[in-house]
Design a protein around this ligand. Sequence first.
Ligand SMILES: [Zn+2]
Length: 73
Amino acid sequence: MADKTLSIVEETPRASAIIHAPPKGKMAFSGDGPDRLLCGSCSNTLAEGVSDGQLFGVFIECPECGALNDVNA
Ligand SMILES: [Zn+2]
C-alpha cells in the first residue's frame, strides 16, 4: 500500500467530476487496490484501496479543509 498525496486545484472543475468526501472517519472511496489518497492540503485520508487510474477524471473535496484534490495528477 502506497500513500499518494494529491495536488490541490484552485479552479473549480465541473460539478459532475467532484466527489464530496463524507464526514470524518469515512472514505470517499474504499476498494481493494494498493494506494491510499491523502489530501494535498491537510493530509486527511480521502480514499483507500485505490488502483492506478481507477478514479481517473475525478476530484475529491476534502471534508476537513474543503480543498479540491486532483486525483489525476
Ligand atoms: Zn484537506
